[in-house]
Design a protein around this ligand. Structure first.
Ligand code: SF4
Length: 153
C-alpha cells in the first residue's frame, strides 16, 4: 500500500479546483493499492482556495513553530498545513504504509524542491510540510517525477 497525493489520481482537490492526474500512477493502481490523501483538505482548507507558500527557511522550521505558511493574500494558514500533515501521518499509520508518492513542488506534498515563498514560480531546495513530517516518521517519499524509482513498485 502506498500513500498518494489525491490530486495525482484525478481528485479535484488542487487549490484552483483542478487535479494533477498522472497516468503513470493510474496505471500503478493495477499493481498496488494507492491510498489518496490531500493534506490541505485534511487540514480544513476549502477547495478552491488561495495558493499558499512556505515563508520559512524550511518545512522543519514550520513544524517546530519557527515559520509560517501564508497564502497569496498574506493570510496565515500555518495551522491548516500542520494539521493536514498530522492527519496525513495518521492515515499513513492506520494503513502501516512505508512509501508515499506526493505531488512535486507543493508546499504540503513537495519533496526535494518547493516554491520559494515569492509566488513567482521560483523553486528552492526543501520539502513540503507533509512530506517533511512523513520523512521524519520513517516513510520514504517520492514524487511523481521519480519515474525510475517508481518502476520498482
Ligand atoms: S495538498 Fe497535496 S494532494 Fe492536496 S492538492 Fe496540494 S499537492 Fe495535491
Amino acid at each position: 500500500m502506498i500513500l498518494v497525493s489525491a490530486c495525482l489520481l484525478g481528485v479535484c482537490c488542487k487549490y484552483n479546483g483542478d487535479d494533477n492526474k498522472n497516468n503513470n500512477l493510474i496505471e500503478l493502481m493495477k499493481k498496488c493499492t494507492l491510498i489518496p490523501v490531500c493534506p490541505e483538505q485534511l487540514g480544513g482548507l476549502p477547495t478552491p482556495r488561495k495558493p499558499a507558500e512556505i515563508q520559512a527557511e524550511n518545512a522543519g522550521d514550520v513544524l517546530e513553530g519557527r515559520g509560517k505558511i501564508l497564502n497569496i493574500n498574506g493570510e496565515d494558514v500555518t495551522e491548516n498545513f500542520v494539521k493536514g500533515a498530522y492527519e496525513t501521518l495518521k492515515v499513513a499509520e492506520l494503513f502501516s504504509v512505508n512509501y508515499a508518492i506526493l505531488k512535486s513542488k507543493s508546499p504540503s506534498c513537495g519533496c526535494g524542491f518547493v516554491y520559494d515563498g515569492s509566488f513567482s514560480g521560483k523553486l528552492k531546495e526543501g520539502n513540503g510540510i507533509t512530506a517533511e513530517l512523513l520523512i521524519r516518521n520513517g516513510i520514504k517519499v517520492y514524487t511523481e517525477d521519480d519515474t525510475k524509482e517508481l518502476q520498482k513498485f
